[in-house]
Design a protein around this ligand. Structure first.
Ligand code: ADP
Ligand code: ASP
Ligand code: MG
Length: 450
């Protein structure tokens, strides 16, 4: 029997109306059962992090005020849907647990990464219970199968253990029930709660798709699929009907938030169909991500992506290669993303984004040891299968930047992308210009493009 996994992100389950829409999609897409993965209601993860930060400062009053606001918002949504009474029994212990964790943090005056993951799990679990009621499904605890290491805050999935633990899910789901589970969460071999990093529920869905031998994974969000640029910076951004796995990988790695950076690898390994669609407009266009690239004219750019919050570490040539390599290793181990490690006779440049508190700490230690460490950079990437056939086109596109200060060209990362560093403050102006020139400009001269 074929299995579909649907994932609803916080952006598309923020209120009662959105949950009703999601329920209609589940009815349409999964008439014969399947698995639904949900993340926390929009804004919940940020609120829980805020509560943890307050508790970690010893400010239990503020932490509990956030908890009460979360409780009343969740009650309101469940009440509007007519499920408050039914879901209350599942929710009470979760709010109790969150209260305990926050109280513990306030007593210690510290919000550990492990404690924070435990607190964050409450957000995903609250919404999964509510979604279970809305979709008339059965709740199953994702931490039973999503096995990870113990890097709290950005845990690494353990593929063999996940597949092994998912055997009973595979057998049960083949009989056609409708199951609902949480995204974003995992557990260590000892059963301690972990999280996969911000935005990680896309990765939960694709990892589950892989472990359950699914035929299709659908990511339901708040835009009409993967677009030619971030719509918050480029109003003219358009949906891309079909794209290759390599394009999607490059886009997500370079910042397109619509897909979590780790969410593409499972599809590459397992070969299921991956679709991105809009919960707000289910009939609108959607993006299908294919293992075999769609045809793109040579030199064509499919999409422009960017990521803020990049730090540049500059090592003098006299330092040699070992210090930058060591720094890159310890930063990555702590959960930083590496965007470039460029060595030339003039010295070595390391571009990183500290995604976790521990990575920020490692960065602080490196800066304190005298390494030049500049904040305020961003990485910008032009992505497209067309660059495979004509990589020089990327350089022509770069020439369009005129006198923009470019901090470094990041080549070799992927054959379908070219990336470079620019000051963060330039993004608002640069991304629409690049989109107009590289995506729209080429399109108007070549109607074969998306
Ligand atoms: P969810 O809560 O469903 O996981 P996210 O907020 O994580 O949703 O991701 C969807 C958002 O990603 C969109 O609302 C959009 O603002 C942003 N985004 C950035 N780049 C792109 C892109 N190239 N295509 C589509 N969306 C993008
Ligand atoms: N709720 C989590 C977050 O806000 C996971 C996700 O949205 O994918 O990061
Ligand atoms: Mg997301």
């Amino acid at each position: 029997m074929s299995l579909k996994v649907l994932k609803f992100g916080g952006s598309s389950i923020g209120n009662a109306e959105a949950l009703r829409r999601a329920a209609a999609i589940v009815r349409d897409e999964l008439p014969a059962g399947g698995l639904v993965v949900v993340s926390a209601l929009r804004g919940t993860t940020d609120s829980i992090l805020e509560a943890c930060a307050a508790a970690g400062r010893g400010d239990l009053v503020s932490a509990q005020a956030v908890l009460e606001a979360l409780r009343s918002r969740h009650r309101e949504v469940a009440g509007e849907l007519g499920h408050l009474q039914a879901v209350q029994a599942d929710w009470d212990p979760l709010f109790g647990r969150l209260d305990q964790v926050l109280t513990g943090m306030a007593m210690l005056g510290e919000a550990t990464l492990r404690g924070r993951d435990g607190a964050l799990a409450v957000g995903e679990t609250l919404s999964a219970h509510l979604a279970t009621r809305c979709f008339c499904g059965e709740f199953h605890e994702v931490r039973d199968v999503m096995k990870t290491d113990a890097r709290f805050g950005k845990a690494r999935p353990q593929l063999g253990a996940i597949r092994h633990a998912a055997a009973s899910w595979r057998a049960a789901l083949s009989k056609g029930p409708l199951w609902v589970t949480q995204g974003f969460l995992g557990s260590t071999p000892d059963g301690v709660t972990t999280t996969l990093g911000r935005g990680g529920s896309d990765t939960s869905a694709t990892l589950l798709g892989e472990a359950l031998d699914a035929d299709e994974v659908q990511i339901w969000t708040d835009v009409d699929g993967v677009l030619t640029a971030d719509p918050s910076l480029v109003h003219e951004a358009r949906p891309i009907p079909q794209m290759s796995l390599s394009e999607a990988e490059a886009l997500s790695a370079f910042g397109a938030k619509v897909l979590h950076a780790d969410s593409l690898a499972p599809g590459g390994r397992a070969g299921f169909r991956l679709v991105v669609a809009n919960t707000l407009r289910p009939g609108a266009s959607r993006t299908e991500i294919l293992p075999v690239p769609p045809h793109r004219p040579a030199g064509a750019v499919t999409s422009v992506a960017y990521k803020e919050g990049i730090y540049l570490l500059r090592f003098p040539a006299s330092a040699g290669l070992e210090p930058p390599m060591d720094a890159a290793r310890s930063l990555e181990e702590a959960g930083a993303l590496r965007f470039g490690l460029i060595s030339s006779p003039a010295g070595t440049l390391l571009a990183v984004r500290p995604e976790t508190h521990s990575a920020a700490e490692v960065l602080g230690t490196l800066a304190a040891s005298g390494i030049i460490c500049e904040a305020g950079w961003a990485v910008v990437a032009l992505v497209g299968e067309g660059l495979r056939a004509d990589p020089v086109a990327a350089l022509r596109h770069l020439a369009a930047l005129g006198h923009e200060p470019v901090g470094g060209l990041l080549t070799g990362s992927s054959t379908v992308s070219i990336a470079f560093l620019v000051p963060e403050s330039r993004l608002g102006d640069l991304i629409p210009r690049l989109h107009e020139r590289c995506v729209d400009g080429l399109r108007s001269s070549n109607p074969q493009l998306v």
